[in-house]
Design a protein around this ligand. Structure first.
Ligand SMILES: NC(=O)c1ccc[n+]([C@@H]2O[C@H](COP(=O)([O-])OP(=O)(O)OC[C@H]3O[C@@H](n4cnc5c(N)ncnc54)[C@H](OP(=O)(O)O)[C@@H]3O)[C@@H](O)[C@H]2O)c1
Length: 339
C-alpha cells in the first residue's frame, strides 16, 4: 500500500520545495497537504495531492490527520509549539506501528547573536550534528528554535516507542524554491532590502562573522533520503531517526563580508546603489534594521556566526554539495529580489 504522508507549509520556500520534490520523485506516495491559502494552480499542478484547509491553530484537524498518517512533515514555522503538540498527540494515538515526524528547525539554534562581544568577529566554534548533539540538546531556552527542539528531543529519547523523530536543521539557504508559493529564501531578500534602504551593502565590526549555507536543491536531497528511510521503515529507519535523527545540511561557509561584496557588486551593476563597497555600520544602525519584524533579527542574520557541519548525512549517504555554490547562485538570487 502507498505510504501516507501529511505535510504542512506546502506553499513555503522550504515546505513547497519538499512537496515538489516528493511529488516528483514519488508520485506513488499518498500525500495530503495542509494549506490555509490554496494557490490557483495547485490542483492542476498536483492533481494527486489531497488538500486540507486549515492552519497551525487547527489543533483537532492536525491531530486527526497525524493519527491517520504514516509520516508527518512539519515545515512552515519552526517555533510554533501548539501545532507541534497537536501533530505529536495525533501520532501518539494507537496505531499498528509507530509513525514518523520530520520537523523543520534551523541553525539559528547554534548562532552566537546573543553575545555582543562576538558580533562581526569570526567565532572558531564549529558545530557537528553528530558529535555536538549533546551540547545542542543542552542549549539555553533563549536559543532560537529551542522551544520546539526540546519537545522533539524528549520524544526522540523514547527511541521511537510511539513516534520516530527527525529534526532537519538547515543553515542559510539560497537558490529558487520549487513550490507554487514563496520561492525566495530569507537572508538574501532581507539583506537586499536593508541595503536598498541604507543605500549601501554593509557589515558590522570586522564583517568576519561566518555562516554555513546550502542550496535548496542540496537540502532537498537530504529531505528525500530521510523521507525514504521513513517509508522503508523498520531497521532501515533506525539509522535515520531519534538519537540518529538530527540533520545539519550546510555544504559551505562564507563570511558576511564575502557575501556583502558579491551583493554590492550585483546591486551596483544593476544601478540600485552607487557604491559597490560594503560600509561598516554601528550597533545602533544594525539594531534598527528589521526591528519591526523581530528585535535582534539583524544581529542574527548580519552579524552572527552559525558554523555547522552536516556530518550525519555525509556518513549516512556520502552527502556533499552538488548544486551550484553560493558564489555562482548569489547574483541570480539578488536579481530575483529586484523584480
Ligand atoms: N529560509 C531559510 O533560509 C531557513 C533556514 C533555516 C530555517 N528556516 C525556518 O524554516 C521555517 C520555514 O521557512 P521558509 O523560509 O520555508 O518560510 P516561508 O517561505 O515563509 O513558508 C512558511 C510556510 O508555512 C506556512 N505557515 C506559516 N504559518 C502558518 C500557520 N500559522 N498556519 C498554516 N500555515 C502556516 C505558510 O503558509 P502561507 O503560504 O499560507 O503563508 C508557508 O507555507 C521558518 O520557521 C524559518 O525560520 C528557514
Amino acid at each position: 500500500m502507498a505510504p501516507k504522508l501529511f505535510l504542512t507549509g506546502g506553499t513555503g520556500y522550504i515546505g513547497g520545495s519538499v512537496l515538489h520534490t516528493l511529488a516528483t520523485a514519488h508520485p506513488d506516495y499518498d500525500i495530503t497537504v495542509l494549506l490555509r491559502n490554496i494557490p490557483p494552480t495547485f490542483t492542476t499542478t498536483y492533481p494527486r495531492i489531497n488538500v486540507v484547509l486549515g492552519d497551525y491553530d487547527s489543533a483537532d484537524l492536525l491531530a486527526a490527520h497525524a493519527a491517520a498518517t504514516d509520516i508527518v512533515i512539519h515545515s512552515g514555522d519552526s517555533d510554533h509549539e501548539p501545532s507541534l503538540a497537536a501533530l505529536l498527540s495525533g501520532l501518539r494515538r494507537p496505531r499498528p506501528s509507530p509513525g514518523y515526524l520530520i520537523h523543520l528547525s534551523g541553525t539559528g539554534i547554534v548562532a552566537d547573536w546573543q553575545d555582543e562581544a562576538l558580533l562581526g568577529k569570526l567565532n572558531p566554534k564549529v558545530w557537528s550534528d553528530v558529535s555536538s548533539l549533546g551540547e545542542i540538546q543542552a542549549l539555553p531556552w533563549t536559543a532560537l528554535h529551542r522551544n520546539t527542539e526540546r519537545i522533539l528531543h524528549a520524544e526522540a529519547a523514547q527511541g521511537g516507542g510511539q513516534v520516530n523523530v527527525a529534526i532537519m536543521c538547515p543553515p542559510d539557504i539560497y537558490g529558487r524554491g520549487k513550490g507554487l508559493g514563496k520561492a525566495r529564501s530569507a537572508f538574501v531578500p532581507f539583506f537586499v532590502q536593508e541595503a536598498r534602504r541604507v543605500g549601501r551593502v554593509f557589515y558590522y565590526g570586522e564583517g568576519a562573522n561566518t555562516r554555513s549555507w546550502v542550496h535548496i536543491d542540496d537540502l532537498m536531497r537530504v529531505y528525500l533520503r530521510v523521507v525514504e528511510a521513513a517509508v522503508a521503515g523498520g531497521s532501515a529507519a533506525v539509522d535515520f531517526f531519534n538519537g540518529n535523527g538530527y540533520y545539519f545540511a550546510g555544504t559551505q561557509e562564507h563570511s558576511h563580508l564575502e557575501v556583502a561584496r558579491v551583493v554590492g557588486r550585483v546591486l551596483h551593476q544593476g544601478g540600485v546603489i552607487e557604491d559597490p563597497e560594503p560600509m561598516q555600520v554601528n550597533l545602533e544602525q544594525l539594531d534598527l534594521m528589521l526591528k519591526p519584524i523581530m528585535p535582534g533579527l539583524s544581529r542574527y542574520l548580519f552579524a552572527s556566526n552559525s558554523r555547522t557541519r552536516a556530518e550525519r548525512a555525509e556518513s549516512l549517504f556520502g552527502y556533499r554539495g552538488e548544486a551550484p555554490r553560493l558564489s555562482e547562485a548569489l547574483p541570480h538570487d539578488v536579481l530575483d529580489c529586484l523584480h
